[in-house]
Design a protein around this ligand. Sequence first.
Ligand code: SF4
Length: 691
Amino acid sequence: MEEKNVCGICQGGCHVITDIEDGCLKGVRVDKDSPLGRLCPRGAIAPQILYGEQRIKHPLIRTGERGEGKFREASWDEALDYAAQLIRDTAERHGARSLASYYGRGVLGMPIMAYGVAPQSPLYRLGSPNDASCGSICNLASSTMAPQTVLGLGVRQMMPDVEKSDLVVVWGKNSATDDGPQVMIARIKAAQERGAKVIVVDPRQSGMGEIADWWIPILPGGDGAFASALLKIIIEEKLYDREFVAEYVQGMEEYAAYLQGLSLETLSSQCGISVEDMRRFVAEFTSTTKACLVAYTGLEYALTATQANRALYVLWGITGKLDTEGGMYLNCRGVPTFQLASAPEGDMPLGFDDAPLYYGFCKQAQFMNFPKAVLEGDPYPVRGLLVVGGSPATSFPESDTWRKAYGELDCLIVLDRFFTEDSRFADVVFPVTSVYESIKIVPSEEGRKLREPLIDPVGESREDCLVMSELAWRLGVGEGLPRTTEELRDWLLTTPIPFAGDFVIRKGVAEREYRKYESGSLRADGKPGFPTPSGKLEICSTILAENGVTAYPEYVDIRTLDGMDRESYPMLMTSGSRSNNRMGCLGANFPQITRIEPEPLVEICEEDARKLGVEDGGRVRVTTPTSQAEFTAKVCGVAPGGIHIPHGGGSAFDNEAWRDGGVNALNSLSTRDSISGFPAFKAVPCRLEAL
Ligand code: SF4
């Protein structure tokens, strides 16, 4: 029977028409009548994904050596008992802190995420501080840490007023290749059609750069240098809103003194944008009152990435484009001042020494530090891991280091829908249901509602929350966690879900009030200003200063690090952006997808290709300070001096080209942003040679 539904392959929420017969998904097509209608290549092959060979259909227990991928089918009771025994043994032998968990992109915003935070978390209840998630390498820095330390707000509380803008600056987001319904790209194109100018700052032209009125090809990782240059010109030439700065800004003098010590020529060589183009950008930006910013995670992955992100909010703030019509509307009122979480009592979570602010913002371990804890016992030995809906081995840097770490574990438990590189190393693999087969929370004007499963569970798969509850109950820490479908329904209606919305659809649009920092309606205490500790827009952040971090948006070029000089590595590599054909480890394991993207390609511009003797379709070797790998070249629109290699690959379940071409082998676990602890995915010094 055909009916309107929401796609259940990822959490994008695209509206589709499903054809379901006898509890089985037979087909899916786009819902052309819905503004949220979309069907990406993954959504289009939903029946093959749900019922195909890659789907985990039974509980599995390892029979071969760790990493061999040899398993036998087991009953649910046997697998749950065995997994609980392994977890218990590990905790008894090495202490509860030797256990960690990782909740991946595959379950982001889904109810199971609640099992990765206190008080529900089984590991927390056992005494481990090491629950972690894909927030360790995605989104938290740009959506929370950067805007909170400038404005006291999160990205969800801001809204680019695209519909009323005369200038839309797209910086760090490729709306043309996003997951989910392509609402933002439609909004940007509509703005462009009514005469707004679109400027795209991106090392790659593909996607938004092709739509832009002005594509600015920035060198990978050069965002902080470009933003610093723009702010230097604006501040030194007094092109900012002087009244706003005098009344509402903290740290202008200190920042101006820092910028004075930088030269535009040096910044230009660091970001690949000429001083002339910097001045042209400033002229267009400062002469346009209605200018908004469309940004996302593109600035998160460099040495001083969080500071580069902060610089963007400073740029919009001091030029009078915050909370204005056509600028960045602050879509919130009465916001309390953000409180950083203090260090936990007892054992410190992984990564706390390297990036304490990461814990302060999300109360989770920084999972970038997991391999070091396993392989070097730093800060203490970790011996057990629970992976839920994710694949650290193919999404974090240094895939081989993860494989080595997995080889050393006493206990690796995986809950997933599909086989991953990580599941090959597991002791126990649990099959869990996809969104199509699960009870789903849907938002409504009254709040949460439940949608019953659309199809029958595939094989013996079960709801992930119920599997985790069963493990917790067997470990003696299950109190309050749902064990039956009825209990699950009640729990889903009441439990806070991390990284998810409040599930309330707001009726109508409340009347807008601009410049709320003047009236006092922005802050919870009703005082004028911003909900920051100082009450001002903080160029110099109180939180950063109190935690021993440079308080203003400082830029440090990655080439100043030992062994990353331009002579050895004349180019810069960017990776990490997701393709809309693939999501994480889901994609390159299906022939229908690899027909579209048969292999990972190194994108390089024509000028560099000519210089290096690289031909379109020819083989090249890419060498970084971490490793080297061979790829096929694609000559296309990329910033001169930069190359792009797509994220993904590196799994034994991928086709041969993707399996051997995992870009994460080239990235480093130790080159990180010091505030967030995120990897420098988008600023990797490299050299390229034609083969
Ligand atoms: S982006 Fe693709 S897989 Fe995700 S919900 Fe939309 S159609 Fe489905």
